[in-house]
Design a protein around this ligand. Structure first.
Ligand SMILES: *Cc1c(COP(=O)(O)O)cnc(C)c1O
Length: 423
């Protein structure tokens, strides 16, 4: 786990979590720089000698400081919108280190990407290929494109984050990819450089990767057999992480799969991990509002809610909850339904969760929320987006402040026909 208890209180990268909570107010996301560095280093080490460029999939956590952290480790970036592209540029990442993924790119987005000198656009349909080619021609560019293929492999992960089955919206049908690639070769405005796959997120079983990579290799050989060139292969997202007690997949096994299925093709390789680079580095720190006793259940009501962390409601995800201040030995415990203040019964983080009986004001931290946490937050119930804080080497910095109500209201306006009389 990230953080250690020192003198009974949780300390992250040299800073007591309670000290940050007092300064910043709760709830807030807190990220450990050292853990992100460790996670990136684990990939770099496992993939050594395979000529793989790691492109951090910033949709997992797109704060500019987080992007900058990984850029300084040597990472490129994987983006899925112009907003994400602009975040990378703002973080000082140049276009040549950015891959543009996603199934619904718009023409203005593609133009922005080409303007930025994008390394590669991963194309997901025949229509999109024509649009990218035309946009590039109109601007006098040649777009380096890869075709994202759908290998029709079951990633055996949650249905909402599986992307590599033929019934999923993602990628070009495996059986259509070769023809489309050849067609792209004759199109002005694009330069087909290779293929990409991404079969899903939070994979705990690596066998689906082997199946997908084998299909990618087969496709590459077919294209080459008919005189085509395939310079690059993009191997998609990273491995799953341990949210509970089960062990995460082994990166050296993942690297072996790449070595066995892909390495001999001699392609430049890219991998786009998101979750596994930031997931474990993040805490969501929250204060206890109430210990509410019902007749059948007992509720721990926190000041964090589903709008801050949607994963439990969206994916049935379970995040461990730990007290920031260690309870006294022998303190009474009870089973709690851990909930937030939002007016939805779905605003439930855990059911029947064993905790030491808390006192209002106590601090708790949800673990492993660095990925798909803050980025999926909303302002539902007019709750402001919570701050994000980065901590490293005994220092912390607020990397996104809490917006005030005035600036949020400033974006809204009342039309003229609702102004005047009756006021
Ligand atoms: C989401 C996504 C990733 C990152 O997946 P993780 O499971 O977070 O590693 C990589 N590539 C593409 C195309 C994605 O959509």
């Amino acid at each position: 786990m990230i953080g250690d208890y020192e003198n009974g209180t949780l300390v992250l990268d040299g800073v007591p979590v309670g000290q940050i909570a007092d300064a910043v107010g709760t709830p807030f996301y807190l990220y450990s720089g050292s853990e992100m560095t460790r996670a990136y280093g684990a990939y770099a080490k496992a993939l050594q000698g395979l000529y793989v460029q790691i492109c951090y999939a910033i949709k997992a956590n797109s704060n500019v400081a987080i992007i900058r952290h990984f850029a300084r480790q040597g990472a490129g970036m994987d983006v899925v919108s112009d907003g994400e592209l602009q975040r990378c540029l703002a973080a000082g990442v140049s276009g040549e280190k950015i891959v543009f993924s996603g199934i619904g790119k718009t023409e203005p987005e593609v133009r922005q990407a080409l303007q930025a000198g994008i390394h590669q656009i991963n194309v997901e349909s025949a229509d999109e290929l024509e649009m990218v080619a035309k946009t590039a021609r109109d601007g006098g560019w040649t777009a380096p494109i890869a075709l994202r293929v759908n290998p029709d492999v079951d990633a055996k992960t949650h249905a909402k984050i599986t992307t590599g089955r033929s019934e999923n919206k993602f990628g070009i049908d495996f059986t259509l990819a070769e023809d489309l690639y050849r067609h792209a070769g004759g199109l002005d405005g694009v330069r087909p450089v290779g293929f990409a796959v991404h079969i899903g997120s939070q994979l705990m079983d690596l066998a689906p990767y082997r199946a997908a990579y084998a299909r990618l290799a087969e496709l590459t050989r077919q294209v080459r057999a008919t005189g085509g060139t395939v310079e690059r292969l993009d191997l998609g997202g990273g491995i799953g992480i341990a949210y509970g007690d089960q062990a995460a997949p082994d990166l050296s096994v993942f690297a072996d799969i790449i070595r066995q299925e892909i390495a001999d093709l001699g392609c430049a390789l890219t991998i786009e991990p998101g979750r596994s680079l930031v997931g474990r580095a993040g805490l969501l720190v929250s204060r206890v509002l109430y210990d509410k006793r019902g007749t059948s259940r007992r509720f721990l009501i926190l000041d964090a809610a589903m709008n801050d962390l949607i994963r439990p409601a969206m994916y049935e995800a379970r995040h461990r909850l730990v007290p920031v201040d260690q309870p006294q030995n022998g303190a009474a415990t009870a089973a709690y339904d851990v909930v937030g203040p939002v007016c939805e019964s779905g605003d439930t983080f855990a059911k029947g969760y064993d905790l030491t009986e808390p006192t209002p004001g106590d601090l708790y931290a949800f673990r492993d929320v660095g990925a798909y946490g803050a980025v999926m937050a909303s302002e539902y119930n007019s709750r402001p987006l919570v701050p994000e804080v980065l901590v490293e080497g005994g220092e912390y910095s607020v990397i996104r402040r809490r917006p005030d109500l005035a600036e949020r209201l400033a974006a809204e306006s009342i039309p003229h026909w609702l102004v005047g009389a009756n006021d």
